[in-house]
Design a protein around this ligand. Structure first.
Ligand SMILES: [Zn+2]
Length: 212
């Protein structure tokens, strides 16, 4: 199993009632899981339902802060509030606490690394938050960067239909290339890698630390 090529598809900035369900429809079509890095402020009774649907499909819900602000400009108290609020809301909604964290804007500093007890995740992206980048260009950028152990970073922000279109091309292409889609925790497990503190992971084989 470990010789198989595996990757994790991840989505940031949800959950919402428009684009998150559209992404789930595509995942369902191909019978694959993904991991959703959610913002606590987007979680309410209705979007909690969407997250429960995702978990039932084998997806994971992870932490992308509460307010989606640059956390390198925050006090320790505010940093911990951002993390705890979201982890509490996710746990309440789906019964499982996040183990992974994607910092908003991938902005990090020592204070974040020293005090957030979650594995830090980055990933390869396609600037899919920019409307001018077509679904075809998003597809090309992701395909060009994909290799075994990689984490793919896309966005299920409300209205991002270009990424919904793009994943309907990306997923079958990568399946054809022999990749298996797993969750973010599944990717570490599958490769027998214990996530380390101080690394901002773009692929699970990465060893270089953010600071020394
Ligand atoms: Zn984000």
């Amino acid at each position: 199993m470990n010789s198989e090529k595996a990757i994790a598809l991840t989505f940031d900035d949800g959950p919402n009632l428009v684009t998150t369900p559209e992404v789930l429809d595509i995942l369902e079509k191909y019978h694959i899981p993904a991991s959703f890095f959610v913002c606590g402020n987007n979680i309410d009774a209705e979007t909690a339902e969407v997250m429960r649907r995702a978990v039932k499909m084998g997806c994971e819900i992870q932490n992308h802060s509460r307010s989606h602000s640059d956390m390198t400009k925050m006090s320790l108290k505010d940093i911990l509030d951002e993390i705890d609020f979201t982890s509490d809301a996710v746990e309440k909604a789906v019964g499982k606490r996040p183990e992974f964290f994607r910092p908003p804007y991938i902005a990090v500093n020592d204070l974040l690394f020293d005090n957030i007890d979650l594995t830090f995740i980055q990933g390869v992206g396609a600037e899919d938050y920019i409307d001018d980048i077509s679904p075809e260009e998003r597809f090309k950028r992701i395909i060009d960067q994909t290799k075994d152990g990689i984490i793919i970073l896309l966005h299920d922000a409300k209205g991002n239909f270009r990424t919904v279109k793009a994943i309907d091309m990306i997923i079958p292409e990568l399946i054809k290339d022999g990749y298996r889609f797993v969750t973010i925790s599944g990717l570490f497990k599958e490769k027998n890698i214990v996530p380390k503190k101080g690394i901002l992971y773009t692929n699970v084989f990465q060893e270089e630390r953010y600071y020394h």
